[in-house]
Design a protein around this ligand. Structure first.
Ligand code: NAD
Ligand code: ZN
Length: 358
């Protein structure tokens, strides 16, 4: 097992990564001083797979356990479901000290996190991520949210968990597409912060896709550490965290213009290649590095080129992204693999050129 610390003063917590951890979580909570009731919030896909093991561990540690589920899927990340979960917590007379365990992917992490942040103005939250994306990204950093109409992730709260338990055994049942989708965020983190980790990924991406536990453990811990390091310096996203948007300027536009037919990770993969090419054409990044990035992205099962989408619409969509500041499109660019910076000074002609594959 690997332990990654997120140092945020009184809000500090640990991310534990390894095999067989679901059954340990109950004991860890007991050791941390919790007792009495515990609530597992999960989705209909994850519940039959993992709620049993997690719940039994909690019971062995003396907790009385209530499991609440919502149907699986992004469209379930709603205020209506948050409302149902509040009712469920109220029904069992949950107290301010009753821990809520978010067991599932990023949808459950965000929704249950939002519920934990707001029920009684905050009950203890434990993230138990079961997708690679949730393990390396959404369970860390304390951003919780629901979607509301066309507002995605706009209604939410910063609320740090007390503990993150990433049991890599759960990834064995994860569909392959979910794994490669999340690899985009893994590659992104290495590309902006850690050149050695990037080299490790180049040598081990095939083993990761084959769900080889030692490699997955290392990848999750290393990616979590990068995010933890950035969150420690910028808990409420005042600026520094922005480097984690590498690939996301073009990526969000690709997602939007494709009508969300292209998934987030695929879109970010395309966006990373575009941002690397822009960096190279501005004379900042060696072209060899662009090629290495492209190769790794391909081997992770992700696309590198923009499919048949209207380039004008893409440029327009970039202007509407929530990351735009004072009308200027902001890009995360690379100086080298492992070193990134943010700029709003990329000529739009260059963006168009790269998007057109010229
Ligand atoms: N809070 C943040 O900082 C942050 C960061 C990134 C993404 N997000 C959010 O995360 C969400 C996406 O997360 P996701 O990709 O994990 O999606 P998800 O939660 O929808 O999970 C993907 C699918 O996999 C299923 N699943 C989960 N674990 C499984 C397992 N072990 N075996 C088999 N199936 C399993 C789920 O039921 C779901 O159908 C989005 O809502 C996004 O906005 C939040
Ligand atoms: Zn992302």
């Amino acid at each position: 097992m690997q332990n990654v610390k997120v140092g945020l003063g009184a809000n500090s917590y640990e991310i534990r990564v390894g095999s067989g951890l679901l059954s340990e979580a109950g004991l860890w909570l007991k050791e941390a001083g919790y007792a009495g009731k515990a609530v597992i919030i999960t989705d209909t896909t994850v519940k039959p797979l993992y709620a049993g093991v997690l719940g039994q561990g909690l019971q062995r540690a003396g907790f009385s356990v209530k499991v609440m589920e919502v149907p699986a899927g992004e469209e379930q990340k709603t205020l209506e479901n948050a409302g149902r979960l509040y009712d469920g917590l109220n029904d069992i007379l949950a107290e301010r000290t009753t821990p809520v365990l978010a067991l599932g992917g990023g949808v459950i992490g965000d929704l249950a996190g939002f519920v934990a942040a707001t029920f009684m103005r905050g009950v203890p939250l434990v993230q138990v991520p079961t997708t690679l994306l949730a393990m390396v990204d959404s369970s860390i950093g304390g951003k919780t949210a629901v979607d509301h109409g066309s507002l995605k992730n706009v209604i939410g709260a910063f609320y740090q968990p007390k503990l993150v338990v990433a049991d890599i055994d759960t990834l064995k049942t994860l569909p392959e597409a979910e794994l490669s989708n999340a690899m985009a965020e893994v590659i992104k983190s290495a590309a902006v912060k850690d050149g050695d980790f990037f080299d490790f990924l180049i040598n081990n991406v095939k083993k990761a896709r084959g769900i080889y536990p030692p490699v997955l453990e290392k990848i999750i811990a290393a990616t979590a550490k990068i995010k933890a390091g950035i969150v420690e310096k910028d808990e409420k996203e005042a600026g520094l965290r922005e480097v984690l948007n590498f690939g996301h300027t073009v990526g969000h536009a690709v997602e939007a213009v494709s009508g969300f037919r292209i998934r987030h990770g695929q879109a970010v993969a395309i966006g990373m290649v575009a941002a690397a090419k822009i960096s190279s054409r501005l004379g900042l990044l060696d072209n060899v590095e662009v090629t290495r990035l492209e190769k790794l992205i391909r081997e992770a099962g992700l696309p590198v080129r923009i499919p048949e989408l209207d380039k004008k619409k893409l440029i327009q969509a970039m202007g509407h992204d929530k990351k735009v500041r004072q009308g200027k499109v902001r890009f995360v660019l690379l100086k080298s693999i492992g070193e990134a910076f943010v700029t709003d000074n990329v000529p739009s002609a260059l963006v168009e050129e790269v998007l057109s594959g010229e």
